[in-house]
Each structure stands twice: as structure tokens, then as C-alpha cells.
Write a protein that binds this ligand. Structure first.
Ligand code: SF4
Ligand code: SF4
Length: 228
């Protein structure tokens, strides 16, 4: 009879008034502030010349703990290559019913092809919509993600600048000595993104706040009088 305990809550709520159904808050001040490094839905990036960065190596699929990426590589057509190098991502799919947005695929990718945007407001009415295909994931001719019918882009102004590559905020290999050094490729529509400053306690918040170089001291008092 233990299962009846569950119904106690149901019946209690049945006679509670007023009954409230809260609408999705959109931009009415009800949304919580997003973390700076929110992991949203992925994009497949392109180089500044429009070539796709994905080389179909399948490392992202291999590392994914949720097994939600399906990739197939193919040889680049010699007369019209899709990506630099031998191969490109011929098929690329991510199943968002399984993805846990851990970002391991982004870490594994050798060409920065797959990155996570800040877009997270999407809902599906069928399973096939939840499986994003390559055509849906690859950025458009302006370098921006493609908006799909079931995605809410109300906040796009706030997230547009970060629709790719949150990882570029940190050192490319995580080592402190590389902090602030740009070591990544440019991307279509954005060029080469600058490194984010202020990542460690020793780093200045912005380049403008750096300490000025100390003026060179004269070698000795005798020569000091010669300078005006
Ligand atoms: S974010 Fe994590 S779970 Fe999602 S596709 Fe990438 S590796 Fe898989
Ligand atoms: S997204 Fe990156 S890791 Fe995945 S197949 Fe393409 S190049 Fe390889």
C-alpha cells in the first residue's frame, strides 16, 4: 500500500487554490544570470575562408561519455575540398536527448571544429528533431549558428558574441605560461578571437591596466646630469 503515499501529494494539491501555472519567463526579468562559460548547443565551425574545420577524425565521438555523436569521415574531393587536408566530416550528428554538455568533445577536437555555443533554449516535439545533423550544426556563411525552428533565440544579442569557442578564454593547453597567448585559428565571421585577460591572480584584468614599464635608471650619477 506504500504506493498510495504518492497519491497523498496529488490529492493535497488537487484542492489547493489558487492554482498557478507559470509561463516560461522569456525576457521578463525572471531568468537567472547565466554562467560565463555556460555550455549550450554545439556548432561546427569554419575557417575564415569558409572551409570546414572538421576533418572527420571521430575523436569527439570516441571521447563522448554519452555516446551521442555519430561521425563519418570521407576523402575530400580533389577538385572541391570541403576542409583542408585529406578528409572531412561527411556525416555528423549529435543526439541532444543524450548529450550532457560535458564539453569533452570540444576538448578532444584537434581542429577546434566542434565548440559549444551559449544557445540552450530549445525543446522538441519529436525525437528526430533532437538529433542535430551536420547541415544544422555547421555555421552559416556569416559564421553564426543556424537558427532551427524549435530554438528560442530571444537572448541572442547577449550570447551572439560567444556562439563559439568558450575554451578560447583560457590557455589552449591549460598551462599558465601560455595564458593570454593566442594559439587558435581564426573563424568565419569573427576572425582570430583575442585571448581573455584576467584568468589568473597575477594577470591584469585588461591590457590597459598593465603596470607601465619602469623608466630606465641612469648608469651612475655622473651621467645623470646629461639627460633632460
Ligand atoms: S558535450 Fe559531452 S555528452 Fe555532449 S556531445 Fe560532447 S562529449 Fe558528448
Ligand atoms: S569535430 Fe573535431 S574531433 Fe570531431 S570528427 Fe570533426 S575534427 Fe574530429
Amino acid at each position: 500500500m506504500g504506493y498510495l503515499d504518492g497519491f497523498r501529494v496529488t490529492f493535497k494539491k488537487l484542492f489547493e487554490f489558487p492554482r498557478l501555472t507559470r509561463s516560461y519567463v522569456k525576457n521578463e526579468g525572471g531568468k537567472r544570470e547565466k554562467p560565463e562559460r555556460l555550455h549550450g548547443r554545439h556548432v561546427l565551425n569554419r575557417y575564415e575562408d569558409g572551409m570546414e574545420k572538421c576533418i572527420g577524425c571521430e575523436l569527439c565521438a570516441g571521447v563522448c561519455p554519452a555516446r551521442c555523436i555519430y561521425v563519418r569521415g570521407a576523402d575530400n574531393p580533389l577538385d572541391n575540398p570541403v576542409s583542408p587536408g585529406e578528409r572531412y566530416g561527411f556525416i555528423y550528428e549529435i543526439n541532444y536527448l543524450r548529450c550532457i554538455h560535458c564539453d569533452l568533445c570540444v576538448e578532444a577536437c584537434p581542429t577546434e571544429a566542434i565548440t559549444e555555443s551559449k544557445l540552450f533554449e530549445f525543446s522538441f516535439t519529436n525525437r528526430s528533431d533532437a538529433i542535430y545533423t551536420k547541415a544544422e550544426l555547421v555555421v552559416g556563411d556569416d559564421g553564426r549558428p543556424k537558427q532551427l525552428p524549435w530554438e528560442d533565440w530571444t537572448d541572442i544579442d547577449a550570447v551572439e558574441a560567444n556562439t563559439s569557442a568558450w575554451m578560447r578564454a583560457t590557455a589552449p593547453n591549460g598551462a599558465a605560461e601560455f595564458e593570454g597567448i593566442v594559439a587558435w585559428a581564426g573563424e568565419l565571421g569573427y576572425g582570430v578571437k583575442p585571448a581573455e585577460q584576467g584568468q589568473s591572480v597575477d594577470a591584469p584584468a585588461t591590457p590597459a591596466e598593465s603596470e607601465p614599464e619602469p623608466a630606465e635608471e641612469p648608469a651612475d650619477d655622473e651621467h645623470a646630469g646629461e639627460h633632460h
